[in-house]
Design a protein around this ligand. Structure first.
Ligand code: R5P
Length: 340
């Protein structure tokens, strides 16, 4: 098996190759002064199964073209099969005609991938579970939700331990609870002996009704943690997001789970609404860090305590911010490739 990377996310491709125990293949990507790209496969791939890693994140058009050219180069060099690992699939949100006269962009890019010679796709957390049906080739759709569930469990346990410590340590002497921090003492005999349910103060939140299936799945992974959903409206012409209704009960701590963050508008609006409804701590989880325009700034300034994303999309230095934490999906992708 040979594995190649486009230019969209080389660190991820490198990590996947490392998990697979093979080096990244050699591919030359030359950019002409006019911006056009020339792609050349250097390694010999005759009769080889080939993997290409390329999220089609912004600039989506450039990354798609590169992927088409790499696939074409591999096909012309006699590759036995071409599997495109597209951790984030660009244009997936335009999967039907929302307003009369619109193009269904997703169908166009799907046709182009198939025409370029891609035989199968591995992708993560698609916007809708119907998207694989747009392809004639096999699509393996994996999810970062189990990784998020693990992190949520971890945060929840730490916060509950902290709360229990504060409750117990209060208050015959009238100490200020807020100043009592969580420390190794929490494990001493002073620690409260009847801890509350680890999920008692937490709720999962979908920032829109479209994400309800996702939220139900992660709720199951977390032993049926309660969930709520925000009713969001987006102006289809301007993209502006509005939300003022929450369906379901919220609690002290909320874990917002979404597939992607683009402008950051959805998360900023959802966090504001949750705060308004009395939520004290907000953690955000989203698979794809599209992070367009001022999203990092909005997220840092939002009511969220922390923002977790994965590395399906490369986040450059200038888009990193203090509240951000990146969880790697390289091993779950490599395990999927291993099955080939
Ligand atoms: C929408 O349906 C998606 O699940 C995301 O919530 C949305 O794409 C995020 O976009 P933005 O960050 O621009 O609000």
């Amino acid at each position: 098996m040979n594995i190649f990377s486009g230019s969209a996310n080389k660190p991820l491709a490198y990590d996947i190759a490392k998990h697979l125990g093979i080096p990244l293949g050699k591919v030359e990507i030359h950019i002409f002064p006019d911006g056009e790209r020339r792609v050349r496969i250097i390694d010999k791939v005759l009769d080889k199964d080939c993997i290409v890693v390329q999220p089609t994140a912004p600039p989506a058009d450039t990354h798609f073209m590169e992927l088409f050219f790499i696939a074409d180069g591999l096909k012309r060099s006699g590759a036995k099969s071409i599997t495109a690992v597209v951790p984030y699939l660009g244009y997936q949100r335009q999967d039907h005609v929302f307003r009369e006269g619109e193009a269904v962009s997703l169908t166009v890019v799907v046709k182009m991938l198939e025409t370029a010679g891609v035989n199968s796709i591995i992708t993560l957390d698609l916007h809708s579970i119907k998207i694989p049906e747009f392809f004639k080739i096999p699509v393996v759709h994996i999810s970062a939700l189990p990784l998020f569930a693990e992190k949520i469990r971890e945060i929840d346990r730490a916060e509950v331990a902290n709360e229990n410590f504060l409750v117990h340590d209060a208050n015959p002497h009238g100490r200020d609870l807020k100043k009592t921090s969580f420390s190794a003492n929490a494990h001493s005999e002073n620690f409260v002996s009847s801890p509350r349910s680890p999920v008692g103060n937490s709720v999962l939140v979908s920032p829109d009704m479209g994400g309800i299936r996702r939220i139900k799945l992660i709720s199951e992974m977390l032993g049926n943690m309660p969930y709520a959903s925000i009713i969001k409206n987006r102006d289809l012409a301007t993209g502006k997001v509005e939300a003022d209704i929450i369906q379901g009960e919220v609690k002290k701590r909320a874990f917002i789970v979404d597939d992607m963050i683009s402008s950051g508008g959805t998360i900023a609006t959802a966090s504001r609404l949750l705060k308004k409804h009395g939520v004290e701590e907000i953690y955000v989880f989203a698979t794809h860090a599209v992070f367009s325009q001022l999203a990092p700034k909005f997220l840092q300034e939002s009511q969220a305590k922390k923002v977790y994303v994965t590395n399906t999309i490369f986040v450059p230095e200038e888009k990193l911010f203090p509240k951000l934490e990146i969880i790697s999906v390289s091993d779950i992708i490599a395990s999927e490739i291993h099955k080939y």
